[in-house]
Design a protein around this ligand. Structure first.
Ligand SMILES: Cc1cc2nc3c(=O)[nH]c(=O)nc-3n(C[C@H](O)[C@H](O)[C@H](O)COP(=O)(O)OP(=O)(O)OC[C@H]3O[C@@H](n4cnc5c(N)ncnc54)[C@H](O)[C@@H]3O)c2cc1C
Length: 329
């Protein structure tokens, strides 16, 4: 926060920790919001200002989200974020500040983490007894009559596709989803540059960074999740930047990130945040209906172009499995 102050998550419950002027300004915002309760937000900026007030918008929500989305929040439609936004009322925010209430509903507030092997441990456990071909790129898919498909030359009764829907027309070749192709090509997304760093030991899990002096929006203190995530006698964390960053820009930005991160290595993933517009859900729905006739199903963050967190992605996959079992597929 301004002046390097660390404030627990979520910021709206911890305004009592900020300076007196900010608290007074927040209180004035709360009165104004109460008088304007029924407003339907036109875009993300409008939502944030009318849910949390100008003071928190300017000091936290705006700079943080502009780093993540790399655009004016006026140009972030509400559809992108449907179901993912906190909705505290004015009364709750005031009550939580009076009583120093710690939020227990957020996914971040309590979580289990593997002692060894990181999140790969879960994938390995789930994979036990299954025929999984690692390091094998699916590059060709063809539909056969009676709902069968050929994937990389092997025939299957049904296919559940968890990859990136943007790559599907190319994999299908001439079978290829031509009525949908232009819309699929136009789907927007962001990538992430993740930087592994040695860092000063700290007591945090995720650190959200609205600070405009650098471009990184978040530090994940992976070294605090399990000791086995660290090399002996080192504390490590990952620093995230939206989109592609050159190494020299990373090094320059790290100078302003707290806890003195020291660069070890970095990785850029092109597809990390799917971006929806008002037509995306309808597109994916029609695509799913068309593919379903071929016993070909889509599930996952980039297969469905949904901004799923891990739990939601797994929940959607479990729902699809139940549905297919019910239908005898
Ligand atoms: C930077 C970042 C930070 C995140 N932080 C959090 C967090 O703190 N908490 C949280 O809950 N969630 C977080 N998430 C979200 C979480 O990672 C996703 O919700 C989850 O991984 C989605 O699972 P999925 O199975 O849909 O996709 P993925 O995990 O992406 O799995 C898809 C798999 O398909 C494979 N694949 C794709 N194409 C092909 C092909 N042609 N051939 C073979 N294999 C292919 C990919 O290699 C990949 O292994 C974060 C995501 C990102 C990108």
């Amino acid at each position: 926060m301004p002046g390097g102050k660390m404030v627990p998550y979520p910021v709206e419950n911890h305004v009592y920790m900020l300076d007196g002027d900010t608290q007074r300004s927040f209180i004035r915002d709360m009165f104004a919001l109460q008088a304007d309760d029924d407003r339907v937000p036109a875009n993300f900026e409008d939502f944030l200002i009318h849910r949390f007030g100008e003071t928190l918008y300017e000091s936290y929500f705006r700079p943080y989200n502009e780093k993540v989305w790399r655009r004016s929040l006026k140009n972030v439609p509400m559809d992108w974020l449907e179901g993912k936004l906190p909705m505290p009322t004015v009364e709750e925010m005031i009550y939580n500040n009076f009583n120093h209430v710690e939020e227990k509903q957020f996914v971040h507030s309590t979580f289990w983490y593997e002692r060894e092997g990181g999140s790969q441990f879960i994938a390995d456990r789930l994979a036990e007894g299954l025929d999984i071909r690692y390091s094998t790129e699916v590059s060709e898919i063809a539909f056969l009559p009676h709902g069968r498909s050929v994937v990389n030359g092997e025939e299957y009764d049904a296919v559940i596709f968890c990859g990136n829907v943007k790559h599907l027309p190319g994999m299908l070749g001439s079978d290829g989803l031509s009525p949908f192709k232009a819309q699929i090509d136009a789907l927007e997304y962001h990538g992430t540059t993740t930087v592994l760093c040695r860092m000063e030991k700290n007591p945090y899990s995720w650190i959200y960074q609205p600070d405009r002096s650098h471009l990184s929006h978040r530090i994940i203190c992976t070294g605090n999740f399990s000791d086995t995530n660290n090399a002996p006698s080192e504390f490590t964390a990952t620093v995230e930047f939206t989109d592609f960053m050159k190494k020299e820009d990373i090094l320059e930005n790290l100078k302003s990130v707290p806890f003195h991160p020291e660069y070890i290595t970095h990785h850029y993933s092109e597809y990390t945040y799917p971006i929806q517009d008002s037509g995306t859900r309808e597109l994916v729905r029609s695509l799913k209906n068309t593919l379903r006739e071929k016993r070909f199903f889509l599930t996952g963050r980039f297969a469905e172009w949904e901004y799923y967190n891990m739990d939601a992605a797994m929940g959607a996959a479990m729902d699809l499995c139940r549905e297919l079992i019910r239908e005898g597929i």
